[in-house]
Design a binder for this molecule. Sequence first.
Ligand code: HEM
Length: 490
Amino acid sequence: MTSFNPADKGRHKKLILIWSITFLVLFPLLITLGLLMRMNQGEMIQLDHDTFYALMTLHGLGMAGVLFSMAWAALFYLLGTRYIKLNTGVGYAVYALVVAGAIGLAIATLVGKFAAGWYMLYPLPFKNPSWPGWTTGLSIVSLILMGVAWLVGCLHVVHNLSKEYGGLANLLGWQYLGKEKPAKDIPPIALITTVSLVPGILSFLIGAALLIMYLLQLLEPSLSYNVLIQKNMMFFFGHTLVNITMYCGVAWMYTLLPEFTGREWKLNKLTVYAWNATFLFIVFAYFHHLYMDFVQPAPLQFAGQVASFLSAIPATAVTLFGLIAQLYRSNVKWGVVPMAFLLGGAGWAVGGCAAVVDSTIAINKVLHNTLWVPAHFHTYMLMGVVLFILAFLFYMGSKEKGEPLSPRTSFGFWLFVAGAYGFLLMFYLGGLNSIPRRMSEYASSGIDHVHGTGASLAYAAALCVFLVLAGLLMMYASLFGGLLKKEAAR
Ligand code: HEM
């Protein structure tokens, strides 16, 4: 059994404080970029196309990067202070590389107007770009820095978990599948971290290979590659990154919520089967991004639909059932932490259902490239992952369980949730009205319905985003106060 001394814990606390403050600063800035996009689409302001797509690129890459980094950091803290030895030096190296990458991306997009989107798909970023070549180089190098940071960080965590629990098979809980009781219990956080980070490691390797291919093409423009393979590589990387960010948040819910309900949340055969299904199928789920690519081999399209269902449904079902079993008649004190976990689980379910709908081939034919797509992933990122992160941050800053919140913080929390669902609803309505995604403004579509409905929905969405920002800022005094408090008990 690993022992933890106060000095170890102090080092981890300092590191997670730095990550948390960085997250709390960057998150509203990235929301502001989204607000500007919605205001432009709603014709409240006028941005030129180059600026809109540069903001969209930074917003997409920034949000995905910041949320994954914060999720990894939260796991690093919880695992490193309770279950395994982790080297905080590695944590600082990851932080430094991620920050360097973020600065590079901010310069490339805000100064150089790099605007190829997070996906940089052919013919982007090389054919007739509206941005100078140096911005493409800087973006690629910045992404490589972040990818290397995440790769190192995830390898370090998985390696040490594996050392503590006796290998990958144990970490995946296979000893629970036999008749005998396992010799050593595996905490759910260890299993879900493994299920998330191992595919993550694979996706970072593929992402790094792709970025190096791009870099070579930048240096030698006569080089060309199979663009279908490149698209497969890009979506494997991007889809997996966002998907595992969600699962990291779920992992710490299994650890922290029982402290509030007083009920154990342990592994059993069913949870092991469900999370192993995710482990097996998560790497094939991204195929659902390529349904419109008629040259993609047909069996892969069908595999994409099956893998999307199998990777998502079992783990979601057992976790949400577990969440309800944790809370039902548990006498939990309804502070912000259990509430954020409950609503985060709900956001995961709502966004997950919308995702499974969209990954069904017959439906995807209609919804593809409409605002339904940002609707579903914004739901589980904003009302899933972000709520799990807020639960973690409030937990870190609280002195005791069920500590009452100031009325301002409670009001801010509910304003944030209400504003976010209003903002999301406008995306869903946009999808149902066939409003295309990624349009800087709708007038140039030349279709009255797209212009009128698209702009009105965007206008309403922008008003909701103001509420999101106001709610978030109202929570800040208590979040910062809690995190910076010396006597916070965590
Ligand atoms: C209130 C908060 C947010 C606002 C106002 C916002 C706004 C937007 C808008 C307007 C778009 C462009 C949609 C389109 O027309 O296609 C967008 C795209 C995107 N957002 Fe957000 N967003 C928010 C939160 C998030 C979060 C939490 C994430 C986390 C991953 C995220 C990731 C993305 C990504 C990856 C794109 C796609 C860019 C693309 O299509 O390449 N956003 N967001």
